[in-house]
Ligand binder design. Structure first.
Ligand code: ADP
Length: 367
């Protein structure tokens, strides 16, 4: 069993750079936690502090009720899998996986049993005698995972482990990792800059920016109820479309000169109560929350009249690029609807799914 808590953890490097601010989370045993955010936001620093590879400047790291700030990495019973795999080139797959157990002078029967167990789970039995250079990227990645799982650690830390793989293999490995997590039932903390990876793998996602946690939430909640504009923009592809807008004194939303009735919106009463009527604010609309029709098919509408710039077929869905309020806007629609560049169209908004953000703070305004 391994629970882990970080309490108000800060990291200031010796050059004075503060990479992590006031990081707090309680992680349950067996949870799959993903830290996600743009490059430089402090993900790896956080992971390295958990591993014991980087000192914690202040705050506490607690594993199974014990403060472990001052424990050496090897005393923390944590296994880390790196982006570059860090395999030993001169050793076979078998010996790469056996290495840490050999170092710990474990009984050779036990070592053999563990390596064969891991190799079996990871589909590496046919490759046990090969050297890393004789393996594909995905196979090398599995050996790196194998080296970690033979030790049966309390916690796994994974730092962008799939980033060296091509898109297809990443998809396969994502599924394998998820299955592996299910089988092992162990606590995993995974770092990535890729929001799709975060959404597909995590039980809970920690979104970071500039060293600060922006939100900790289940993937579905992160997508449906982002805390602020940053999370709203970062999670989802294509990203949420963002507009400057005004709420009239009467409570109608104005984007450009298009008036949108938001009386049915769940946040309507709160917008009124919090004094947003008559004010500027920021609104967000996800690409899938628009409808689009040919202008000639619409006798009357209160949508945006615009021109299709690009139509990209993705398969069952398509992306339509248009300009609204002088911004490039991307809509995601069913690919049964086909448009061509130059088509005059009317774009309407699914009003219940508009997101509202405070203009100054960027914080979401919910019901
Ligand atoms: P991420 O993993 O999200 O890309 P990092 O944790 O690697 O971000 O880095 C966070 C910040 O800390 C960055 O501004 C980075 O330049 C800085 N940083 C990372 N390592 C060091 C170091 N050893 N010394 C000083 N600054 C560092």
């Amino acid at each position: 069993m391994a629970t882990m808590s970080l309490k108000n953890v800060n990291k200031i490097y010796i050059n004075g750079v503060q990479a992590v601010f006031d990081f707090s989370i309680d992680i349950k045993h067996g949870e799959f936690i993903v830290l996600v955010g743009p490059s430089g936001c402090g993900k790896s620093t956080t992971l390295r502090m958990i591993a014991g590879l980087e000192e914690i400047s202040s705050g506490e790291l607690i594993i199974d009720d014990e403060v472990v700030n001052n424990r050496a990495p090897k005393e923390r019973d944590i296994a880390m899998v790196f982006q570059n795999y860090a395999l030993y080139a001169h050793m076979s797959v078998y010996h790469n996986m056996a290495f840490s157990l050999t170092l710990r002078k474990e009984n050779s029967d036990h070592i053999h049993e563990r390596v064969m167990w891991a190799a079996n789970i990871l589909g590496l039995i046919p490759y046990l005698n090969r050297k890393p250079k004789e393996l594909s990227g995905g196979q090398r990645q599995r050996v790196a995972l194998g080296r970690a799982i033979v030790r049966d650690p309390k916690v796994f830390l994974l730092d962008e482990p799939l980033s060296n793989l091509d898109a297809k293999l990443r998809g396969v490995m994502r599924k394998e990792l998820k299955e592996l997590h299910h089988r092992l039932g162990s606590t995993m903390i995974y770092v990535t800059h890729d929001q799709i990876e975060a959404l597909t793998l995590a039980d809970r996602v920690v979104v970071m920016k500039d060293g600060y946690i922006q939100q900790i939430a289940k993937p579905v909640d992160l997508y449906q109820r982002p805390n602020n504009l940053f999370v709203a923009n970062f999670i989802g592809t294509p990203p949420m479309n963002v507009f400057g807008a005004k709420l009239s004194e009467a409570g109608d939303l104005l984007i450009d000169d298009v008036l949108i009735d938001i009386k049915q919106h769940p946040s309507y009463q709160n917008l009124k109560g919090k004094g947003y009527f008559g004010k500027q604010l920021t609104v967000g609309i996800r690409p899938e929350n628009f409808t689009i029709s040919m202008k000639c098919d619409k006798s009357e509408s209160n949508g945006f009249v615009t021109t299709v710039q690009l139509y990209e077929l993705l398969g069952s869905e398509a992306l339509v690029h248009v300009k609204i309020s002088n911004k490039n806007v991307i809509l995601k629609i069913n690919a049964r609807q086909v448009f061509h560049p130059g088509d005059e169209v009317v774009v309407e908004v699914d009003t219940k799914h508009i997101y509202f953000f405070d203009l100054e703070t960027g914080l979401s305004i919910y019901e």
